[in-house]
Ligand binder design. Structure first.
Ligand SMILES: Cc1cc2nc3c(=O)[nH]c(=O)nc-3n(C[C@H](O)[C@H](O)[C@H](O)COP(=O)(O)O)c2cc1C
Length: 187
């Protein structure tokens, strides 16, 4: 797929087939996430691959989102803020969230490119996931990302997005009108 097609095809898919994705595809998706820009190029994120059915069940419960159980592989994205806090102090939290978002989007685009299915899951009980996966207190859980093949009946399309005319401003906040470009050299 070319980039434009991948961007426009990516969608949150919650309806999965029973076919398990091969291990190299899981690693390819994590590699894509790892290519994202990061503040000071610090290594902030860790990715826990879960294939164990019982753990997938517990994480599904922690998220209270039954569709997750249908995936045979989950990737739990975690962040370690220690070095970012030292380097960036008050800006660290914002930077870590921005980096996690960039990495997760890379992951989802690679998943789309490989014709797999996923969904960014950000709503969960942190404590239940941490207990299930033995994640230390100082580590933050950023997202749960199922990896699966879409169910053969799945026709999910990306949701419609805001109109560009409503989200682009020119020069100052809320100014939606671009001044005509002044031609030079004509008097
Ligand atoms: C930070 C964040 C958290 C999200 N959490 C969930 C979630 O817990 N469960 C879920 O089904 N989708 C979740 N989503 C996916 C959004 O619902 C989805 O991206 C949105 O509806 C737009 O649909 P699209 O991804 O198909 O374009 C989350 C997305 C983001 C960016």
């Amino acid at each position: 797929m070319n980039l434009n097609k991948t961007l426009k095809t990516r969608a949150s898919i919650r309806n999965y087939s029973n076919k398990k994705p091969k291990y190299d595809k899981i690693i390819d998706a994590i590699e894509a996430a790892n290519l994202a820009p990061s503040p000071g190029n610090l290594p902030i994120l860790k990715f826990i691959i879960i294939e164990d059915e019982e753990k997938i069940g517990k994480i599904t419960q922690a998220c209270q989102q039954p569709f997750i159980k249908k995936a045979q592989v989950l990737v739990v994205v975690c962040s370690d803020s220690k070095r970012t806090n030292i380097m960036y102090d008050k800006r660290a939290d914002k930077y870590i969230k921005q980096h996690a978002g960039a990495a997760i989007e890379n992951f989802l685009l690679k998943i789309t490119d490989m014709k797999l299915a996923s969904c960014w899951v950000g709503a969960f009980s942190d404590i239940t996931i941490k207990n299930t996966l033995k994640i230390p207190d100082e580590i933050e859980v950023e997202a749960v990302l199922p990896i699966a093949y879409p169910h053969k009946t799945d026709k999910t399309k990306q949701k419609s997005k805001p109109n560009l005319g409503n989200i682009i401003f020119f020069e100052t906040w809320n100014n939606k009108y671009k001044k005509p470009i002044r031609k030079t050299g004509t008097h």
